[in-house]
Design a protein. Structure first.
Length: 269
């Protein structure tokens, strides 16, 4: 059993999520051993299998820290992704809500991001993915709310995809790669659509890691910009999808007045 002086990574699997259970079955191939009911350990990582849906598991790390008498420094959620069009996709993003919390978490509250995890997950899934799946970052959205840096790595978008063994294998390998992250330049992204094509390109083609993303469909206000900056776990620059940002000049001025460099995504690509 781990001791209270150890700091470890936490991987969350939900029993209510077919994609999560699919990913879990492949994670076990990396040598995780059961240490108690619903808890598995390998080196400096613990997998916790929870009963609730991950997006509603606010502060789940606190319960698990109490159960195991250890501390965690970050959370990786193995999860399904849903969309109306049911396009096969492998995605990664930071949880949080810039507005109303319709799908878990709290209104107007964000988790701390792990920009390097977003980046590496996208890179690894892109490297391993078959042509059947698109790979993309997503804008910040949904719960749960946690107190430590968190990332979702997902299989989308239909039941067939969630149960696709190859997709589960790919996402498990991507998650396993996140246990060893190298520091990168960290950025907040502003603008564009939900699937963040510009910021996905930045993740794949530059040395910059994007954490929180404020898409064009949320209120890009000074309040929300400040939230993203404060919860990004460090910010070296702010990247704007220039054409995809409403009132772009006003937004640029807000960011610069807060003391941050603004770069257009197209100038990085």
């Amino acid at each position: 059993m781990p001791g209270q002086d150890e700091v470890m990574k936490l991987i969350i699997v939900s029993k209510k999520d077919d994609a999560s259970l699919n990913i879990f079955s492949h994670l076990l191939c990396y040598g995780y051993k059961e240490i108690s009911e619903d808890y598995y350990k390998r080196n400096d990582a613990v997998i916790a299998v929870i009963s609730e849906d991950s997006i509603f598991a606010d502060h789940i790390e606190k319960k698990i820290e109490k159960d195991l008498n250890i501390k965690f420094d970050s959370i990786i959620f193995a999860s399904r992704h849903s969309s109306e069009k049911s396009i096969p996709a492998l995605t990664a993003h930071t949880p949080g809500n810039f507005g109303k919390a319709d799908y878990g978490g709290k209104d107007g509250e964000l988790c701390f991001s792990i920009p390097e995890a977003n980046k590496k997950a996208i890179q690894k899934m892109n490297e391993l993915s078959t042509e059947n799946y698109t790979v993309s970052m997503e804008a910040t959205h949904h719960g749960p709310l946690t107190d430590i840096p968190s990332v979702f790595v997902e299989i989308g978008s239909s039941e067939n995809n969630w149960r696709d063994e190859k997709a589960g294998e790919i996402v498990a390998e991507a998650i396993q790669s996140l246990l060893d992250l190298k520091p990168k330049k960290r950025a907040v992204g502003i603008g564009g659509g939900h699937y963040c094509p510009k910021f996905t390109e930045v993740a794949l083609k530059t040395d910059i890691a994007v954490g929180h993303v404020l898409p064009k469909y949320v209120e890009i206000t000074e309040v929300n910009i400040k939230k993203a900056l404060e919860k990004n776990s460090g910010v070296d620059l702010v990247i704007m999808d220039w054409k995809g940002t409403p009132k772009r000049s006003d937004v640029k001025k807000i960011v610069e007045d807060l003391g941050y460099e603004v770069v257009k995504a197209k100038d990085l690509l």
